[in-house]
Design a protein around this ligand. Structure first.
Ligand code: SF4
Ligand code: SF4
Length: 507
């Protein structure tokens, strides 16, 4: 299957012995000039790259005070060392969060601290050399920016932010990552990560309408670019065709149908994902977000709802207002933005949806909390809504549900192994190895409770697990969308009329 060994699933948890440099060979493809330049970065490594890198580090530590605090505050207590899935899966010591931070910290110290300037050896400060840059390229692309380490750090040091800053520095000197930068470019030119143009999108949605009608004998609409619709659905483009994503999109459409909501997808902003965050580029994150604002204004919608996507929700929940606000043209009675799970949950609570749970009886389900939703955002009005809302939806539509080990879910959830811009085949080894802790926790509930399916509300998690599950002896169809479960169980009413008032619900 691959030229590396899949780690052995052990009784959870076992902290592995260190193997120095074991992942030093793993690097993603470097972005070519045609992918760098449209994003405002140099096409290739600039001649005076050391100066540019050092200057950029100075700018970032000034602009983002958090980064300066994280670099200065670490006391090397070691609490984070065994908390990263990439360390647990690879045993490479540079995948320990503190060691990853140190790659950045040693250069920062050398140029921006008194001790580092005059006594570099005493404080572990180092010059920005080509070897250091190569190490950065390797190990800052072995961090999925999942924030798990920060939960266990007594100072809350967030390695994810340091990884983002390192990638921003690398882009500034002309060494960007192909996968992320190519995708951002596609969003600017075509509107989505997949490069799916409007006619293809229209065809796909028409095909879905026919498929659902054939299955259910009910005409469920998948509207595109409908001016005056109440709700703009912004969803990851994987939802338009790939399994199990598309089954989630069918679920959203059935929910909208059943509550009589007027909604639309936009061909201009046909992507929820925002890879600008992965490369730490505020400017690119802003440009991607502005497309959503423009689509909402052009279509004259009242609300914006995001589909199942982890990092998109992190950007939307935490930054959308800053990046693309104010959204004072939307209906102030609803949150801006709103997650599709909040929407469906609100309709369930309001008694507007009916389910036949037995349709999911052939499955026993567990939930993978996606790291960006778990640790970088929230949902609903109550603390912990990002954990309770998805679980309450699943329990409303399924009879058989079990959580995985408490140390592997909610705030402590493990990343799927493919987040943070690593979901590319050139990084398959780190993706497989980084999935180990999740696979161990899954195996435990499979053996103890007969769990058959892993549900998720993140496009990256779903794509990652479809690929990775077979490496660990599972099958690729064991990953499902939450709205796929909703879709299976929902009882549809034919000829449902659209009714804006009734569709509002409590959320
Ligand atoms: S943010 Fe996640 S991937 Fe990065 S070092 Fe921390 S635990 Fe590892
Ligand atoms: S837990 Fe925090 S303070 Fe301790 S070594 Fe890790 S980053 Fe440093």
């Amino acid at each position: 299957m691959a030229d590396f060994e899949t780690p052995e699933i052990k009784e959870y948890p076992i902290i592995p012995k260190l193997k120095e440099g074991v992942m030093a060979h793993s690097k993603p493809f470097v972005a070519k000039p045609q992918f760098q330049e449209p994003l405002g970065f140099p096409g290739e490594l600039v001649d005076n790259w050391q100066d540019v890198a050092v200057k950029k580090i100075g700018e970032l530590t000034e602009k983002y005070r958090s980064i300066k605090v994280y670099l200065d505050a670490c006391v090397k207590c070691g609490a984070c060392t065994d908390k990263c899935h990439y360390y647990l899966g690879t045993t490479d010591p540079k995948n320990m969060p503190v060691a990853r931070q140190d790659l950045f910290r040693k250069v920062y110290r050398r140029y921006y601290t008194f001790a580092g300037k005059y006594f570099p050896k005493l404080v572990g400060a180092e010059d920005m050399t080509k070897e250091v840059l190569d190490d950065w390229y390797t190990y800052f692309h072995q961090c999925s920016q999942c924030r798990r380490c920060s939960v266990f750090c007594p100072y809350g040091i967030d390695t994810a932010e340091i990884s983002m800053a390192a990638r921003e520095v690398m882009d500034a000197v002309g060494v960007g990552q192909k996968y992320c930068n190519e995708i951002i470019g596609k969003v600017f030119v075509i509107g989505n990560n997949l490069g799916l143009p409007e006619p293809a999108l229209a065809d796909t949605l028409e095909g879905l309408e026919e498929e659902v009608e054939e299955d259910t004998e009910v005409k469920v609409r998948f509207p595109l670019d409908e001016k005056g619709a109440d709700i703009l659905l912004v969803t990851p483009s994987a939802d338009f065709f790939a399994e199990p994503h598309v089954d989630g999109l069918i679920g959203y459409a059935k929910v909208f149908h059943e509550v009589g909501a007027s909604w639309t997808i936009s061909s201009y902003a046909s992507e929820a994902a925002n890879f600008g965050m992965f490369i730490g580029s505020y400017e690119n994150m802003r440009r991607v977000s502005q497309r959503i604002r423009k689509a909402a204004l052009d279509l004259g919608v009242k609300r914006i709802v995001f589909g199942e996507c982890g990092h998109a929700w992190r950007v939307a929940y935490s930054f959308l207002n800053t990046l693309a606000g104010p959204f004072d043209f939307l209906d102030p009675n609803y949150p801006v933005p709103q997650h599709i799970c909040e929407y469906t949950h609100g309709q369930i609570k309001a008694g507007k949806l009916k389910f036949d749970k037995s349709q999911n009886d052939w499955m026993t389900v567990t939930l993978h909390d996606s790291c960006n939703i778990a640790r970088a955002s929230r949902m609903g009005d109550t603390p912990g809504g990002q954990f309770s809302i998805p679980r309450e939806i699943i329990k409303a539509v399924c009879n058989n549900y079990y959580d995985m080990d408490p140390s592997t879910i909610k705030e402590s959830t493990y990343c799927c192994g493919g987040g943070g811009g690593l979901l590319t085949d050139d990084l398959i080894e780190i993706r497989v190895k980084g999935a180990l802790p999740r696979m161990e926790a899954l195996k435990q509930v499979v053996e103890e409770h007969g769990v058959t399916h892993l549900a998720a509300i993140c496009a990256i998690c779903k794509s990652q697990f479809s690929k990775i599950l077979p490496y660990y002896g599972f099958t690729m169809d064991q990953i499902v969308s939450i709205h796929q479960l909703v879709s299976n169980a929902i009882i549809l009413t034919p000829d449902k009329a659209q009714d804006s008032e009734a569709a509002g619900g409590t959320q």
